[in-house]
Write a protein that binds this ligand. Structure first.
Ligand code: GLN
Length: 484
């Protein structure tokens, strides 16, 4: 069989159709890779051998009967462990959810199953998706396949590594402030954060609800697009879901104006990363686009604004983990001498949440408390609308924005764990997109010192398919991404 690492969705479909290989065979190739690689990389926290093989067999029967469901039928996929699969323990990499088996299923999972995809397993993340390195997981850190002493980025690090290492051709991640794009950039794959509201979050364990989006990760833009088509669509179970129909829009690159925000190329951006991003931008110019310098003056406040709004939502969303309703509990711990209900809450939450989760719960509780809400949370909401207005204004002048995904390549494991502020800074170019609810993709450009770098393409609301089209055009002309 052809090496699975080379195959994209359409080629896989052709091979299945022409009986050159089968979904069961492909699933087995993935499991073999997982067996060989996962003990070192720690991308998967749970492998679903028998469920996957059952699904692959069903898919195989459909191909044998000449009746496949569509392009995703029989294609393996990895799912971030903060998305509920009915009957499968889902912990969001937190001790407080250990043992929790969702009695319901995320809409994206239902859609993937309906499309015939084969779910290989659950992937590692930072606890409750809070982080940029996949180091705060109760399952231990995930490693970057390009250099195992480095982080894969986060929080969807497990999904990015599953794809980058060839353990799975496709993965699903979630992005609240960069968690799909930044690990995609660090691992040399494509990751897409959709327009807020286009992919249902029903069944996603909420981190910060006004920012969270589920999105696709794969080796090519085309695969990401196919996966996005399968998981997007209106869902009455998610109150933020939008009804917008935005199928396949094509663009003509000669008609395009592309904005380069000077704020994204200022201090803090690694000069080598800057250089390859500038080279990538020159490719767009060569293809005929007009390149224009633009300004997002309020983007300098985006990180601070995010770190006020996000923890408030985190504190509220994580209040439900009380040591009674879900997963982990100290209720029966005789050594702790639990006295009353409050004691159950306090002791279960104290030992169930990790440091970063606690930091954000405390921060969010403080900045939304009666005495401080006007000073912090309400002010941050105003700044959020200024950040959004900057984009609205720029998108009256240009069709897309180009820039880096992250200021550096993948950093060393442990390098930023003791200093949360430097960790937070790695999302400096991704966070504003979430605050504004926009779509954005990370697509690999040239490497720096053998480490991948992602180019970010940001578009206006609902420009999701146009972004794919533009990113595909770039993929076709870019040079020098060997081996990623
Ligand atoms: N790294 C950012 C944070 O720690 C974003 C996380 C995410 O997108 N889930 O909040």
């Amino acid at each position: 069989m052809t090496d699975k690492k080379e195959l994209n969705i359409k080629e896989t479909f052709e091979l299945f159709k022409n009986k050159k290989t089968t979904p069961v065979e492909l699933a087995k190739v993935c499991f073999e890779k997982i067996t060989n690689l996962n003990h070192e990389l720690n991308a998967f926290v749970k492998v679903l051998n028998s469920n996957a093989l059952d699904a692959a067999e069903e898919s195989q029967k459909r191909f044998e009967a000449g009746n496949p469901k569509g392009l995703l039928d029989g294609v393996p996929i990895a799912i971030k462990d903060n998305i509920a699969i009915e009957g499968i323990e889902t912990a969001a990499a937190s001790k407080i959810l250990q043992g929790f088996v969702p009695p319901y299923e995320a809409t994206v999972i239902t859609k993937l199953k309906e499309a015939g995809a084969v779910i290989l397993g659950k992937t590692n993340l930072d606890e409750f998706a809070m982080g940029s390195s996949t180091e705060t997981s109760v399952f231990g850190p995930t490693k970057n396949p390009h250099d195992k002493t480095r982080v894969p980025g986060g929080s969807s690090g497990g999904s990015a590594v599953a794809v980058a290492s060839g353990m799975s051709p496709l993965a699903i991640g979630s992005d609240t402030g960069g968690s799909i794009r930044q690990p995609a950039s660090f691992c040399g794959i494509v990751g897409f954060k959709p327009t807020y509201g286009l992919v249902s979050r029903y069944g996603l364990f909420a981190m910060a609800s006004s920012l969270d989006q589920i999105g696709p990760m794969a080796r090519s833009v085309e695969d990401v697009e196919i996966l996005f088509e399968a998981i997007s669509g209106y869902d009455p179970k998610d109150s933020t879901s939008l009804k917008e129909e935005i199928r396949n829009k094509k663009i003509e690159i000669r008609d395009l104006k592309i904005g380069i925000p000077n704020e994204y190329f200022a201090e803090g951006l690694d000069p080598k990363v800057k250089k390859v991003i500038e080279q990538a931008i020159s490719k767009f110019k060569e293809m005929g686009a007009e390149i224009k310098e633009v300004s997002l003056p309020n983007s300098k406040y985006a990180l601070s604004c995010y770190y006020i709004i996000m923890p408030v939502e985190v504190a509220s969303n994580l209040a439900r983990y009380d040591g009674i309703k879900y997963g982990y509990s100290e209720i029966k711990n005789s050594e702790l001498r639990i006295k009353n209900l409050l004691d159950v809450y306090l002791k279960s939450r104290s030992s169930g949440f990790g440091k970063e989760a606690k930091r954000r719960i405390m921060l969010g509780t403080y900045t939304s408390s009666a005495g401080y809400i006007d000073q912090y949370y309400n002010k941050a909401q105003k700044v959020r609308s200024l950040v959004k207005k900057d984009f609205d204004k720029v998108f009256q002048e240009v069709d897309f924005i180009l820039g880096p995904v992250a200021p550096t390549t993948a950093f060393k494991i442990g390098e930023k764990t003791t200093d949360p502020l430097t960790m937070y800074l790695s999302d400096i170019y991704t966070i504003a997109v979430n605050l504004a609810g926009l779509p954005a993709i990370s697509v690999p450009c040239k490497k720096v010192d053998d480490l991948p770098v992602g180019l970010q393409i940001i578009g206006p609301q609902f420009s999701d398919f146009k972004i794919f089209d533009l990113a595909k055009k770039y993929e076709g002309v870019k040079d020098g991404l060997q081996g990623a």
